[in-house]
Each structure stands twice: as C-alpha cells, then as structure tokens.
Design a protein around this ligand. Structure first.
Ligand code: SAH
Ligand code: SF4
Ligand code: F3S
Length: 458
C-alpha cells in the first residue's frame, strides 16, 4: 500500500515538473553562469526544455558590453512577450549584466518581465520565482564580495561533451574607462582552488578532454585561506594540468599588465596546457591606451609579445581591439594597425567603441568620433587582421597539428572538426580515421582559408 502511494506521488510530482528555458548572450562567463542557474533550478524541481513556447519559466542571461548587445536582447524579449500572451502562466526573467545595469528600470521598460536577477543573485532564484508566481515582480541585483558559486556543480547545457568552461573567479577590479563589467559584475574574487580542481577532475572523469579556466583577468587569480599555501594563477594552472596529460587546459582572459613569466614557464613546461594566449590590446596608441586606463604602453605590450614568443615559440596570440574610442585620431588609428602587424596576431575580436552609461569614459570624455568614421576604421582593422590570419595560417601548411576532435565539421558530416593547441579550427576527412569525438588526432595541414586549417589525419 505504502509503495503504491509513493508511486502515485512520484507520478503526480512528475506530472507537475515545471520547465525552464534559458538563452545566453555575452562572454563565456555568462554561458558558464547559465550552467550554474540550470543546476540551481534543477535542484528546485525544474527540468530544462529547448522550446521556450513550452516553458513555465523563460530566462535570458544578458550582456551589456555594447549597445548592440542590449538591442539584441530587447528584441528577444519582445518575442518572449508574444509567447507569454499565448501562455499567461509563463514567467520571464532577465539575468546577468543587463539586469545588473538596469535593475528595476527593466521592469518599467519591459512590462512583461517578472524577474530581474543580477550575476551574484542566482542562489535566490527559487525564492524569487515563488514570489513571481504569486504575482510579485521580483528583483535581486545585490552584488557580492564573496559569491563564487564554488559549491554548485554546473549542469552542462548544449555541451558537446568534449570542452567545458570552468569559472575560477568573478568580477573585475580594473577600471578600463570604456568598460561596463566592473559595474555589472562587481569586485574581483577568486574561487576556492579545491573546488576548481574538483570540478575539472569530475569533467575529465566524465569524458571531457578540455577545460577553459575563465575570469575577466585570470592572471590576478589569488586564493588564500588560513591553513593553506596561497595559490597564484600559475600554481592553479599547474594543478589543473596535473589532473591528466590527456586533459587540455586553456584559460581566458589575460591582461597584458598582469601576465607573468611564471605563467609562461608553466605553459611551456606542460604539453597539455595549450600554447595559446588571448591578450587583448584594445589600441596601439599610447595616448588612447592611457585614456582607456589600460595601464600599459604600446612598447610594454610589444615587449610582452616578444617575451611570450621567446618562452613559447609556437604560441598562438589573439587580441581584442576597439576602433574610434573618444578623441581617437587618424594617426592613433594608424598606430593600432601598425601594432597589429608588429604583434602578428593570429586572430582578433574587433569592435567599434560603444559608449556605456556610467563608465569612466562616459563621464569624462566626449564620444566624438562619428559613427561612420568608427566603422571605416573598424573595417580597416578587420582587413588588416584578415591579412594577418592568412599569413599565420599559411605558415602552418606542411606542419603537423595535434587536434582534439570536437564533432562533425559544420559543412560536411564526412569531415571532423577540432582545434589545435593554438586554438585554430582544423577540418579533416573522417575517411580512414578510426577516431571519435573527444579523441586526439595528428593532422597534417595541407591547406587553409582565413579562418580554418584543412588537413588529413596521419
Ligand atoms: N576582461 C577582458 C575583456 C572583457 S570585455 C579584458 O580585459 O580584456 C571583451 C571585449 O569587449 C574587450 O576586450 C573590449 O575589446 C570590448 N569592449 C568592452 N567594452 C566595450 C565598449 N564600450 N565598446 C566596444 N567594445 C568594448
Ligand atoms: Fe573590462 Fe578592463 Fe575588466 Fe576587461 S579588465 S573586464 S576590459 S574593466
Ligand atoms: Fe557581457 Fe557581462 Fe560578459 S557585459 S561580456 S556578459 S561580463
């Protein structure tokens, strides 16, 4: 009898399982946060659905980095609102950086939003959802000095089972004048090293073969506790690399002012730490770098690039670049182009400057480069990078790359797609290659396009 009643309860419980849908924008940290949110919701009895029209709770994890990012999110919210009109019980929640930036203003601007939760408030989601179900508009945008969600095991979303992101810190203490992140993510704090190692080990044991350690400025990772030795980023990197030689380790992002020789030595000592550094420069002009508050000069940056190549000769180096920052002149722009060429970036993420309310630049400097000019300069930066990427890829022809297979190539199921240590995408025929996703392949590079290396397994 007892068993029957329990089964009946189980069936009832299953029948009322609520469904959530989550969509993520912005940087890898936001995608990693969505996996923490999924874990919290799962504990609360929610199950994930890939179809928002069918969800009881629709969440959008947002980015504020540029105005365009916020526009994209607003247009998604319009679409969700229409779905809510057809399904009155649906709750819509805005998470992440735009929630933090706009706070309760979002509820006024986007009338059908029920929940607004900033990056440090996800543990309170169950309570906020309950309040919203009762008809209250719920907001939690408190930033924390301690929260790292260290004890929460992320539920992997849209995962290929090969690569995973692991957050090692949150927030940012650098006040780059153009950047909204310190305002939306709060103060920098590092995550307990043991929980980082535990998560990476569990990933490896469940078949993952690559982890990317994430932070806005990984080089300032610093874990200290009373009875243990202090742990720097270099030490953490070494510990993660020691989990298994079959686990590839990447990290992002490095700040040129903070990356140390110690980190470079650790990379060069470990085969499984990828020879790849994302080292955003932002501009090639010392005057602009100073206005941006990046705290390094062009000469310092280029010396860092030389040092990397000296210690790790085949290191892939990529960058972020902003065109048309406040007061940028044509000659400043030319300096950016010449720095790119001198550094020989393998790839870059390139943007035109977008003023963000509340940032140092918005308060202090006029956003005075006309949009058409920003775009023209950006176009030249993109063309310069395309040329550099071609040169970089051509150099690889004839070499042999160790490629971690991530899945089918986008263009053809007859080809594998993976990346080499330098983070370049490599495509090669599956034919005669008895390998599976998650295996490493030795690939001879035969040809290239601007963005991809093409080869054959040997
Ligand atoms: N923490 C990383 C970058 C985080 S944001 C770092 O310090 O390098 C990612 C990139 O977005 C930045 O490197 C910058 O190039 C770009 N970005 C940030 N704010 C921007 C703005 N207001 N307008 C245009 N691009 C911006
Ligand atoms: Fe923004 Fe600068 Fe921090 Fe990067 S280091 S997140 S650009 S403030
Ligand atoms: Fe965007 Fe926030 Fe990341 S502003 S880039 S999602 S830290």
């Amino acid at each position: 009898m007892e068993v029957l009643t329990t089964r009946k309860h189980d069936r009832e419980r299953q029948a009322v399982v609520k469904k959530f849908y989550i969509e993520s924008y912005g940087c890898a940290m936001n995608f990693a946060d969505s996996e923490i949110v999924a874990s919290i919701l799962k504990e609360t009895g929610f199950a994930a659905t890939p179809d928002y029209t069918d969800a009881d709770l629709v969440l959008i994890n947002t980015c504020s980095i540029r105005e365009k990012a916020e526009q994209t999110i607003r247009s998604r919210l319009h679409i969700f609102r229409q779905a809510k009109r057809a399904n009155r019980g649906m709750l819509i929640g805005v998470l992440g950086c735009m929630a933090e930036r706009l706070k309760s203003k979002l509820l006024e601007e986007e009338k059908l939003v029920d929940l607004v939760v900033g990056p440090d408030g996800y543990r309170t989601l169950p309570l906020l959802i309950e309040a919203a179900e009762g008809g209250q508009k719920s907001v939690n945008v408190l930033l924390s000095r301690e929260e790292t969600y260290a004890d929460i095991s992320p539920v992997r979303l849209n995962s290929n089972g090969v690569n995973a992101f692991v957050s090692i810190m949150r927030g940012c203490n650098n006040m780059c004048s153009f950047c909204v992140v310190p305002f939306t993510r709060g103060r920098e704090r590092s995550r307990d090293q043991t929980s980082v190692i535990r998560e990476c080990t569990a990933l490896f044991e469940s078949g993952y073969r690559e982890v990317t350690l994430l932070g806005q400025n990984v080089d300032s990772y610093h874990w200290y506790s009373e009875n243990e030795q202090d742990i720097s980023f270099a030490m953490l990197l070494e510990k993660v690399a020691a989990i298994s030689p079959e686990l590839r380790v990447r990290f992002s992002t490095s700040h040129p002012k903070d990356i140390t020789d110690e980190v470079l030595f650790v990379i060069s000592r470990h085969e499984n730490i990828c020879n790849y550094i994302h080292l955003p420069v932002q501009s090639g002009s010392n005057r602009v770098l100073q206005l941006m508050n990046r705290t390094y000069t062009r000469e310092w940056y280029l010396a860092k690039v030389r040092r990397i190549r000296e210690l790790i000769p085949d290191c892939g180096i990529t960058s972020d670049i902003i065109s048309g920052f406040c007061s940028e002149t044509e000659s400043d722009h030319q300096e950016t182009l010449s720095l790119m060429t001198e550094a020989g970036f393998d790839m870059s993420y390139m943007y035109f400057y977008s003023e963000r309310p509340g940032t140092l630049a918005a308060r202090r400097y006029a956003d005075d480069v006309p949009e058409a000019e920003k775009k023209r300069r950006l176009d030249e930066i993109v063309k310069c990078q395309n040329r550099l990427s071609q040169i970089s890829n051509r150099k690889d022809i004839g070499s042999i790359s160790r490629v971690l297979i991530e899945g089918d190539s986008r263009k053809s199921q007859a080809d594998w797609m993976g990346r080499n240590g330098q983070n370049k995408v490599v495509v090669f025929p599956k034919q005669d290659c008895p390998l599976v996703k998650g295996d490493y392949a030795s690939v001879e590079i035969l040809d290239c396009t601007g963005a991809t290396l093409i080869g054959r397994a040997i």
